[in-house]
Design a protein around this ligand. Structure first.
Ligand code: HEC
Ligand code: HEC
Length: 82
């Protein structure tokens, strides 16, 4: 009864933990869209430009990306701007 409950909780937590974080990138999930801040991203058309602001190796005001080696930023972050 109580042991069963504990086991179920542990299993659920394990499932949640193992399906999170980095794996999301590879499941074709879309990232936050740059259309949330269109004025900043109006001129950004290619990966090189994105990384001028978002490369963690050369920090700016922009939030650094944890995946600077990905190609085709706009495939995941493009929203309506293609
Ligand atoms: C395969 C899809 C994919 C590609 C390609 C991709 N990203 Fe992402 N990105 C994501 C997802 C999903 C998140 C949100 C989850 C996270 O932060 O790990 C994210 C998060 C981010 C964030 C963090 C936003 C915040 O609010 O902190 C930045 C910045 C970013 N990406 C920039 C880039 C840049 C620049 C490129 C190209 C070099 C790129 N991404 C390529 C999927 C992608
Ligand atoms: C001129 C610098 C600059 C360039 C170029 C740029 N960004 Fe950004 N980006 C920013 C800033 C600053 C923010 C933070 C905006 C905010 O907090 O409202 C941001 C925010 C983001 C976010 C987070 C959006 C959110 O709502 O969480 C993502 C994702 C992102 N940029 C991706 C990209 C991609 C992909 C490119 C290339 C197509 C790119 N950026 C080009 C400066 C830039």
């Amino acid at each position: 009864m109580n042991i069963k409950k504990t086991l179920t909780t542990a299993l659920l937590l394990l499932l949640l933990a193992s399906s999170g974080c980095a794996y999301r990138h590879y499941l074709g999930m879309h990232g936050p869209s740059i259309t949330n801040s269109p004025d900043i991203h109006l001129d950004a058309k290619n990966d090189e430009q994105c990384l001028q602001c978002h490369n963690p190796a050369t920090p700016t005001d922009a939030p650094p990306t944890n995946h600077p080696r990905f190609k085709g930023c706009l495939k995941c972050h493009g929203g309506a701007v293609e």
